[in-house]
Design a protein around this ligand. Structure first.
Ligand code: G16
Length: 545
């Protein structure tokens, strides 16, 4: 029987900082690492209750702030199949993080037990890990103190990528089932994805070296281990920005977020024409590719390009397998480039739906599709095969060698994909597989459609909570009148589109714009950002071209 007797005593060691309000946002709690100890301690308590509410299945806790600045940190809970925490529990997380006293922490735990009908006699189990941030060890200690207070059975995975932790949680919870997901260890991860990759590319021409920018984060050591496990010229890599020791380097002037937002290579990287490049973010859950053409011009292959590549490949395989009732679909967010959406609908003729930002929202939409590819433009995403698709693959009776080959490849692809969450390493192997099988360069991949020029800006405001949106975050309902200003600006530019939304991971408001030309797009983006700054309490420097 879990007792809360020790909770108040342990909680007193992790006082909540005064004057700070925490919110479980797009990807859990994210804020300055030095303010997070109480929140991480309390997240441990919730993870224990969540495990009990799931009959003692393992819940994951990841300490990371992913693409954010090194001084930030964060914590998020991972549900039993490796998916993000069920949204109905996010309110509990926010409530307990903001409790003003140790007694109130206990009171909130008791009320959750009652509301959820939790059987506290069940042994809670939690698996946890962290990224390379300097505040990680102290926050891990706070987490462990919370787990000790509730006598949780724990597995500590140390310093791994966020998607690896999601994978471990899914493996632990399926270990003794009829469909185990894999071996819940680092080597099990490398073996599973590495072997699936080799099965898919065997006998095809070998690609040139892939240059990987690891954002000076945990992806650097982990992708090297993956390469060691694959040990094949099909995966020849050169890892750059791999300094996880020097303070102040994580995500700075490098990484997927930098490359996508600035639309340029990491600082200090000169791109050789014909060379192959990609960037992870700080915890390796996002990936973008890029290259320079023969004129040295930079070209970005972002999450939209990845999802269209993957959806095309899956659509063709499903057709080759003769499984016409398996429908491949694509989930995007408002950040998807308009050209990618038109390409999916008009050229690929695949269904596409829009979800709010945050892979947790996209994941649920993709679950409704037979095979759902979901990617955010920032390079965060994966593919899901729903249970009926898996049944159909199992029941398929190929009548030709070509059909048998296509079915075999669909199975191998399922093994290659981390279905629990978007994963830079698994996504990279997926992209590499498709490029190798098609014999394509990055330029050939890029040729499918041409992106509309786009720009993503950040505006710092006094209070981002006054920004409220609707229509998959494409329309502002607050502050009053601001959407009319955005609409009037958009109307001035051919193919113009712009929206404003509060970030759920940073203290800022995001402004996205696209238009027919680069100059129109930039004018629109800065005009909207300027209006946000002027009319909604902008702080610091007014955005300007
Ligand atoms: C997280 C989420 C992503 C989201 C991104 C930005 O990424 O996992 O789904 O797109 O934050 O969110 P926002 O615009 O609300 O700040 P990551 O890579 O930081 O975990």
């Amino acid at each position: 029987m879990t007792s809360f007797a020790k909770v108040a005593e342990h909680s007193a060691r992790h006082p909540k900082p005064e004057g700070v309000t925490f919110e479980y946002g797009t990807a859990g709690f994210r804020t300055l690492g030095e303010t997070l100890a109480s929140t991480v301690f309390r997240s441990a308590l919730l993870a224990a209750l969540r495990s009990q509410s799931k009959q003692g299945r393992v819940i994951g806790v990841m300490i990371t702030a992913s693409h954010n600045h090194e001084r930030d940190n964060g914590v998020k809970l991972v549900d039993p199949m490796g998916e993000m925490l069920q949204q109905s529990w996010e309110g509990y997380c926010t409530d307990i993080a903001n409790a003003d006293s140790d007694a109130q922490v206990v009171h909130i735990l008791e009320s959750i037990v009652k509301a959820e009908g939790i059987d506290t006699s069940i042994q809670p189990k939690v698996a946890y890990a962290r990224d390379t941030r300097p505040s990680g060890p102290l926050l891990q200690a706070a987490l462990e103190d919370g787990l000790t207070a509730l006598e949780v059975e724990v597995t500590n995975y140390g310093v791994v990528t966020t998607p690896q932790l999601h994978y471990f949680v899914r493996c632990l919870n399926t270990e003794h089932s009829s469909a185990p997901y894999g071996d819940p260890t680092e080597s099990g991860y490398n073996e599973k994805y590495g072997q699936a990759f080799l099965r898919l590319v065997e006998g095809k021409p070998q690609p040139s070296t892939l240059h990987i920018d690891a954002a000076n984060g945990v992806g650097a050591p982990q992708v090297r281990k993956l390469a060691d496990a694959i040990a094949s010229p099909y995966f020849s890599i050169d890892v750059r920005n791999s300094d996880t020791e020097t303070l102040g380097k994580l995500n700075i002037d490098c990484g997927a977020d930098y490359v996508k937002s600035n639309q340029r290579p990491p600082a200090g990287t000169s791109l050789a024409p014909g060379g192959r490049y990609c960037s992870f973010d700080g915890d390796a859950d996002r990936i973008v590719y890029y290259y320079a053409d023969e004129h040295g011009i930079f070209h970005l292959l972002d999450g939209d390009k990845i999802s269209t590549l993957v959806a095309t490949y899956l659509r063709d395989l499903v057709a080759a397998a003769g499984l016409s009732d398996l429908q491949v679909g694509v989930v995007q967010t408002a950040y998807a480039n308009g050209s990618s959406t038109s390409y999916i609908k008009d050229t690929l003729r695949l269904p596409t739906v829009f979800a709010k930002t945050g892979v947790k929202h996209l994941h649920h939409e993709a679950e409704r599709m037979s095979i759902g590819a979901y990617f955010e433009a920032n390079g965060h995403g994966t593919v899901l095969f729903n249970p009926s698709a898996v049944d159909k693959l199992q029941e398929a009776k190929p009548t030709t060698p070509a059909q048998a080959d296509a079915i075999g490849r669909l199975w191998a692809l399922r093994d290659l994909i981390n279905e629990s969450v978007g994963d830079a390493m698994s996504d990279m192997l997926l992209v590499e597989t498709i490029l190798i099988c098609k014999g394509w360069t990055l330029a050939q991949w890029d040729a499918a459609y041409t992106d509309l020029p786009s720009r993503l800006l950040k505006v710092v405001v006094n209070d981002r909570n006054i920004f409220k949106t609707t229509n998959a975050e494409q329309t502002l309902t607050s502050p009053p009148g601001l959407q009319d200003v955005v609409d009037a600006l958009v109307a001035k530019f051919p193919k113009g589109r712009s929206f404003v939304r509060p970030s759920g991971t940073e203290d800022a408001v995001r402004v996205y714009a696209e238009a027919a030309t680069r100059s129109d797009c930039d004018q629109l983006a800065y005009a909207v950002a300027g209006a946000v700054f002027d009319k909604a309490g902008g702080r610091g420097e007014r955005p300007a071209e």
